[in-house]
Design a protein around this ligand. Structure first.
Ligand code: ZN
Length: 139
């Protein structure tokens, strides 16, 4: 009699507790996802904060554009060449250039401190510099 009652209780309880456990797991996973996205957002905000694209032509300072403002700049190279620098969504890239190799145009967009796009034929260099200045070891 007693044993039967115990069995019935276990059978009744177990599906309920499994459901409860699954619900707890979902809450845990959601909490982790939420935490991860907040951490990612904070990291992205910190990384792009105050960053600027610093342009030099033949090693001489030419211009400095803040990354948080969309812009377009025609860089006049020393020998009459040009590069069109675009700042968009916190990233910098060369949209157009008259150099023969077009390496600068093909270069992926840059946005992190220390990243550079160089156009050797025109002597143009675009470097990302952050306000923090800590992550400048990449060279
Ligand atoms: Zn180029």
């Amino acid at each position: 009699m007693n044993e039967e009652k115990l069995c019935a209780e276990v059978e009744n309880n177990s599906p309920h507790s499994v459901k409860k456990r699954i619900r707890n797991d979902i809450i845990l996973v959601l909490a982790i996802i939420l935490f991860a996205s907040i951490a990612l957002l904070v990291m992205l905000a910190l990384r792009s904060e105050g960053g600027a694209a610093v342009v030099t032509v033949n090693g001489k300072p030419y211009a400095s554009l803040p990354l948080d403002k969309d812009a377009e700049l025609i860089i006049q190279g020393e020998d009459g060449g040009y590069n069109i620098l675009v700042i968009k969504d916190g990233e910098a890239y060369i949209r157009e250039a008259d150099c023969p190799d077009k390496i600068c145009v093909k270069h992926r967009r840059i946005s992190y401190s220390g990243e550079t796009i160089v156009c050797l034929p025109n002597g143009v260099s675009v470097k990302i510099e952050g306000s923090g200045g800590g992550v400048d070891a990449v060279s």
